[in-house]
Design a protein around this ligand. Sequence first.
Ligand SMILES: Cc1ncc(COP(=O)(O)O)c(C=O)c1O
Length: 426
Amino acid sequence: MTAAVTAPIAYSALGQRAQPPTIARLMALMLENPKLLSIAAGFTDTRSLPESAVQAAAAALAARPSEPDHLQYGTNQGRPKLRALLADRLLALESVDASAYAAPIRANFFITNGSQQALYLAMQVLCDPGDIVLVDRPSYFVYLEMLVGLGVQARSLPVDAAGRIDGPALRGLLGDLRDRGELARLKAVYFVSYFSNPSARSFDEAEKIVIAEALTGAGAIVPVVEDAAYRELYYTTPHAARSVLSLPAWAAFPKLYLSTLTKPFATGLKVGYGTCSDAGLVAKMLHVKGHHDFGTANYNQALLEEVIAHGGLDAQLAVVRPVYFSKMRALHDALIAAGLPALGWRWAVPGGGLYLWLEAPVALDTGLDSAFCRACVEAGVLYVPGELCFGDDAPKNFVRLSFGVLGEVDLAEAGRRFASVAKRFA
Ligand SMILES: Cc1ncc(COP(=O)(O)O)c(C=O)c1O
């Protein structure tokens, strides 16, 4: 960008808070170092992107005898058929008798420009600067940066040593908020509950129930935002836990469930979706969506309608699940073979998703400005510092490695480079 030559601009509070996203900084590092192997950004596997399924869907749309409505503006809420297809899929995933809650799920279904947009819409309509949102620990760092941009404070849902939600500590946190007169500023709770970004962990039903009961006990019946971006991206076995939509403990809460077709199908189409138990909350979000763009790209939605109606999403998932499993193994095995565990590094082997979440020895600083991070860049490997993934009280000794985009040979090499730096810092 070129330097300003005109008078200084008086930015809004939002404009003043806006900072370059960390992902942009990581990508700039990449461009400056062409030999760098990036296991930082959460990109998907380029080679298995569904080129032929998209081509077939495009041909089917072009061959339709009617006027090409798919090249016209669509509706703000999204194409009705796509919404119905996705609502059917979601209800099938919930694996219980859906009759009690199916009607609002269908009626309040909406399509967004990636699930990222839905997260932004939700936060815009729920939160003012100074408000508080409870977030999982660790959490999705792009969402956390968005909260900073909106002037909203994130507070971590307390977890135990195994990373599970800690009920007594959560009750304590809510009690502290009440004692300090801050409970009225708590506006939402957010978590990534299936094969999470960054931890690859999934919440079990008991953990979700613990959160609902603690909030209920504190009288804080605030909207819950469940981010299920990776729910269908398991390797061999789905994670069986129901979402908040159908768990009785959450019955009294406004529930917003968000997911996406970017990770499981095609990132470049940038189509996300969501549904909500509360018609009023969706209406507000759609009002703001109307201000943003008054509708997600109609053509991309029409393509996806074709794809899903003809089994193309399931076919693509059948392709990518083993691909990501093998990629995860390639990186994991390289780290094991290079002796990382003997240096005190720990991680769980994921059952789905795109990430390894590594815990380094507690004294090792892996932050964005650390000597370790610089040494990794010099050694030709780029990762996401774990410190970015905490709403508060961020430890320095975590690392997120993404195995979505590189091939297995490069992943193994990236793992070796990473481990060689870890050895130097041991
Ligand atoms: C947990 C989580 N939620 C939401 C998103 C946004 O995805 P998209 O906007 O591509 O649907 C991502 C992307 O990485 C993610 O990891």
